[in-house]
Design a protein around this ligand. Sequence first.
Ligand SMILES: Cc1cc2nc3c(=O)[nH]c(=O)nc-3n(C[C@H](O)[C@H](O)[C@H](O)COP(=O)(O)OP(=O)(O)OC[C@H]3O[C@@H](n4cnc5c(N)ncnc54)[C@H](O)[C@@H]3O)c2cc1C
Length: 387
Amino acid sequence: MTFDLTPEQDQLRDAVRALGRRYGHGYFVEKAKAGEHTTELWAEAGRLGYLGVNIPTEYGGGGGGITELAIVCEELAAAGCPLLLLVVSPAIAATVLSRHGTEEQRKRHLPGLADGSQKIVFAITEPEAGSNFHRLGTVARRDGDGWLLNGRKCYISGVDEAGHVLVVARTEDSSTGKLKPALFLVPTDAAGLTRSKLDMEIVSPENQFLLYLDDVRLPADALLGESLDAGLPALFAGLNPERITVAAMGAGTGRYAIERASEYTATRKVWGGRSIGSHQGVSHPLAHAAVQVELARLMIQKAATRYDAGRDLEAGVAGNMAKYAAGEAAALAVDTAVQVLGGAGMTTEYGVATLLGAVRAGRIAPVSREMILNFVAQHVLGQDKSY
Ligand SMILES: Cc1cc2nc3c(=O)[nH]c(=O)nc-3n(C[C@H](O)[C@H](O)[C@H](O)COP(=O)(O)OP(=O)(O)OC[C@H]3O[C@@H](n4cnc5c(N)ncnc54)[C@H](O)[C@@H]3O)c2cc1C
């Protein structure tokens, strides 16, 4: 067992950290408040190969695994740039395409995802179904050789920045008559696909949308994979990378907040010559948050190592636990940082309260803490389901 990164992973971490620090949280907030995207950072990360670290080399990627992508997510977040679309495009969409796309789909989409010139976002959540994906109401019906999609999706991130949306719909299985999930690559400019931006209380350059699919006509090759049978495994293929990278983003955000706070409390003096950090009422909450973040990082490392070793089931348990732990640790770290900075904690300038909305959302999305506890209760503790 080793807790060390390989020399190549160490280099990747240092290089991504340096890139993130060149942009920093000030850049992230400025873009968010101007209603703009982090286009420059995304493009540079793409050029340097960081967005495609987990994509196979034959499609222009780095040939690494989720361990490498988690390093990218964590280090950018630790520099104050938690980019949610890393979770959606390189983690979910690229994995689903690499594992279950047709050769033609891989050739068409993966090189653009690898160099950052293209983004594919992911749409599963629906207003009526919510956490209950068995109730999905978006339906795909055969239309000649192609497909006709109808339905609604909500909270879909980054649609305004993406060329395609990977839409989870249901199709009728001709042998059983039952509806089963299938994934479709829908161009964001497809006729019949409209969107409206949601007002979210999150300081972020990435936006969430309601999507309306009204008779969206798609060619046969918009169906992800060789056949309808690819749908369910493709859907599951995205889950572990999603959990692990969103956890890494949370851990990085936690590190960022604790670093900002520690710098401040080590130098701020309001009682004579001692820093406020010398008071345990200030330093212990920070130290406690640092312990929680570090524990979450350990679980992320375990989940990523198991995933990259092809041990998907074990990675599922560890990935869910990592996501839970990192979501809680990030929220605790940011809240604690705001508190120990006093009034400065609530200013934009000190750059910690700007993360409150994002870390709060991290306990809800992409999977809520309660649904993870349900997973652990059922699959680890053997409890019955109440729903
Ligand atoms: C910032 C942000 C970005 C997002 N981006 C995307 C995206 O790109 N693509 C996408 O498809 N979705 C996205 N989502 C949606 C996100 O995945 C959902 O919000 C999340 O899965 C919860 O679903 P819901 O909001 O419908 O909550 P609901 O299902 O309505 O749940 C409400 C509350 O009840 C709890 N609850 C529900 N069922 C149970 C149960 N059986 N046991 C215990 N508790 C339960 C939940 O945990 C939650 O706390 C995003 C959401 C946010 C906030």
